[in-house]
Design a protein around this ligand. Structure first.
Ligand code: NAD
Ligand code: ZN
Length: 342
């Protein structure tokens, strides 16, 4: 089969041929239709410090996918050949306290497809049946291929009650923009999204009903006044990984505000803790998505009017993967989807 692999310990990914994976009794074999390119795949392409210490070589990369089941292991029940699906890319253990309590997303023994284990950028993927998430007819393969990052957005956005709340999202990357659409969908009052990249803010306006602020040019205080908020934002979703954005968020929060942090700041970023203490702010770190509660909720929302389709800005046949990665690296794109059937 065709597979997009990290063949060498240097910058780049290579299209190669690999054997179709053999499945175990508890696995399924999935024929991949579409895949999404993630920021993680860009780290692996660039072979940065994180990738060098995390990713074995050679490895088939990719973890955002939609496809259909073509083979079932002997023990697999409740799934069928021909069934369309996406799936959770975190392969969890069964021994930790968290797993045994059903908090699968908190299992410290988790391994990621396309990061630690063979991934989804291939014509076929082996996946434990446990990880499979069937796709309803109303959810396209394009959307199926971006459920992983939509799950990050949904998990973060649903960290706190948003009904009637004023929500600040820092970072209008694909995940921040999808989180804005989710916040709107679940009934937030004002949703404000910031970035320093005007293309990303323009995309945010297309995809979600939000107020955009270019923080390279404008402060948040006048926006808070214009929207007639009493003190500031009730809930913050940090989705830029930028230290200045977090700082600005803390400043713009109301007393007792709640912040969910998905963005990954580089290294040990300095934080003014006294402001967090005196404002009595709650900060929650967010990793991945809840297995499988987030999947359940996002599919329910997609089937009931949540529309994030505009976040896919580029589609390429897989043989043009280099153009796909270039689009992602440009900082001008939303999600980029590769088609494995062409
Ligand atoms: P992205 O890099 O595409 O988007 C980040 C955006 O933040 C960019 O548009 C950038 O211009 C903007 N930005 C930079 N400085 C800013 C500032 N001062 N104020 C406001 N915006 C600013 O990333 P993404 O794929 O949308 O992911 C969002 C973040 O979530 C990233 O940091 C990513 O590493 C992280 N992430 C975390 C998890 C997790 O499990 N915790 C999972 C996926 C992604
Ligand atoms: Zn991803």
């Amino acid at each position: 089969m065709k597979a997009l692999s990290k063949l060498h310990a240097r910058e780049g990914l290579w299209m190669t041929r690999a054997p179709v994976p053999e499945i175990g009794a508890d696995d399924v074999l999935i024929k991949i239709n579409k895949t999404g390119i993630c920021g993680t795949d860009i780290h692996i392409w660039n072979w940065d410090e994180w990738a060098q210490k995390t990713v074995p070589v050679p490895l088939i990369t990719g973890h955002e996918f939609a496809g259909e089941i073509v083979e079932l292991g002997a023990n697999v029940e409740g799934l069928s050949i021909g069934q369309r699906c996406s799936g959770e890319g975190h392969l969890i253990g069964t021994q930790s306290r968290q797993s045994r309590a059903g908090k699968f997303h908190l299992d410290p023994a988790t391994r990621g497809i396309g990061v630690n284990e063979q991934g989804a950028f291939a014509e076929y993927l082996r996946l434990p049946a446990f990880n499979v998430v069937p796709l309803p007819d109303g959810i396209s393969d394009d959307i199926g291929a971006i459920l992983d990052p939509l799950g990050n957005a949904v998990h973060t956005a649903l960290s706190f009650d948003l009904v009637g709340e004023d929500v600040l999202i820092t970072g209008a990357g694909p995940i921040g923009i999808m989180a804005a659409a989710v916040a709107r969908h679940v009934g937030a009052r004002h949703v404000v999204i910031t970035d320093v990249n005007p293309d990303r803010l323009a995309l945010a306006e297309k995809v979600a009903d939000v107020v955009t602020v270019n923080v390279a040019e404008e402060e948040l205080a006048p926006v808070i006044a214009r929207l007639k908020m009493k003190q500031g934002f009730d809930v913050g979703l940090e989705m830029s990984g930028n230290q200045r954005a977090l700082d600005q968020m803390v400043e713009a929060m109301t007393m007792g505000g709640r912040i969910a942090m998905l963005g990954i700041p580089p290294g040990k970023s300095p934080v003014d803790w006294s402001r967090i203490v005196f404002k009595a702010i709650t900060i929650k770190g967010v990793y991945g998505r809840e297995i499988f509660e987030t999947w359940y909720k996002m599919i329910a929302m997609l089937e009931n009017g949540l529309d994030v389709s505009g976040i896919i800005t580029h589609r390429f046949p897989v043989d043009e993967f280099e153009a796909g990665f270039a689009a992602m690296k440009s900082g001008q794109s939303g999600k980029v989807v590769l088609d494995w059937r062409k």
